[in-house]
Design a protein around this ligand. Structure first.
Ligand SMILES: Cc1cc2nc3c(=O)[nH]c(=O)nc-3n(C[C@H](O)[C@H](O)[C@H](O)COP(=O)(O)O)c2cc1C
Length: 291
């Protein structure tokens, strides 16, 4: 298939940066710079060559300097401290003020999510932003129903092996040891809509969905959580919500999840009700240095 990948040799300074940064090694740079015909199909359209070129001499099919790139901010004094201050003060927020989230803040969070590194481009993660507390609240009893049926399956000795097989060994352990006992204690209030230990009365929520299991989703989620915190919002990743929506046609319709997509993660958002007086230190489960 012919491509429009090219180097404008009239402006190219032959600095070879394009070839150095290309992860797929598809640019030959010697006395000139050119795309290698036999490798061009390996291009992942990450845009690194275009971003690095000081003279904007590179053209990649489907990318344009005007539409797809922006000027980078200068590295500033204090970035490192600001970054550590931001990530170390983030907590999962499950108590929200009765205050709506301005749309422009949600737009900023969406923008931050697009900066998360994808395994490949184009992005396969789709987002649904729900900025409506009542709509989210209205879905909670329906979400609880899925957990109610899982509780019943697990309690039934005949159904338990099917349940185990259905969710997989690891998920079964988490579900039976932690999630289902918690949900069981709350179930009557959840189903009646009297309590919301799933969506926590959040005024806004972002759903991350894609056609198949996708590792990019959790990096995107992390960017979203940090962006929310940087904007003075509280956020919490909620693993309980994705399967409840994915498997329920009513909820899929309510949240406009496209056919064929699975909701893979979710994030609640709102203004935090409480402030924390201190951060928490945690260590990795293991740490090995090899030098
Ligand atoms: C993938 C993922 C799923 C999560 N699911 C839930 C959830 O369903 N309900 C909940 O209350 N918190 C959920 N959390 C938040 C964790 O419980 C929280 O990150 C953990 O308790 C650590 O607290 P911190 O974020 O305040 O440091 C989830 C977090 C992640 C990363």
């Amino acid at each position: 298939m012919p491509t429009t990948h090219s180097v404008d040799l009239s402006t190219c300074k032959k600095c070879h940066l394009c070839a150095e940064v290309c992860p797929a090694g598809i640019i030959q740079a010697d006395d000139t710079a050119r795309f290698l015909d036999n490798r061009v199909h390996l291009c992942i359209r990450c845009g690194q060559c275009m971003a690095a070129c000081p003279t904007k001499s590179i053209s990649i099919e489907g990318l344009s300097y005007e539409k797809d790139f922006f000027e980078l901010p200068q590295r500033q004094e204090g970035w490192q401290e600001a970054f550590y201050g931001l990530i170390s003060s983030r907590r999962s927020i499950r108590n929200f003020q009765d205050k709506p989230v301005p749309r422009e803040l949600l737009e900023k969070i969406v923008r931050a999510i697009t900066f998360a590194p994808p395994g490949f481009t184009p992005l396969t993660v789709e987002l649904t932003v729900i900025n409506n507390r009542e709509l989210i609240r209205s879905a909670v009893p329906q979400m609880a129903k899925m957990y109610d049926s899982l509780i019943k399956m697990q309690a039934n000795p005949l159904m338990r092996p099917v349940f185990k097989l259905m969710v997989g060994k690891e998920n079964y352990q988490v579900l039976s040891g932690h999630v289902l006992p918690l949900m069981k204690a709350r179930m009557p209030a959840l189903k009646a809509g009297a309590e919301d230990t799933i969506a926590r009365g959040a005024p806004a929520m972002i759903l991350f969905h894609a056609p198949a299991h996708n590792e990019d989703i959790f990096i995107a989620l992390a960017f979203g959580l940090l962006a929310a915190h940087s904007l003075g919002l509280g956020a919490c990743a909620i693993g309980l919500i994705p399967p409840a929506i994915s498997r329920d046609p009513k909820l899929r319709k309510l949240f406009q999840i496209p056919k064929g997509n699975m909701v893979l993660s979710s994030m609640l958002l709102g203004y935090p009700k409480y402030k924390y007086s201190r951060g928490i230190k945690r260590s990795p489960a293991g740490l090995t240095w090899i030098e």
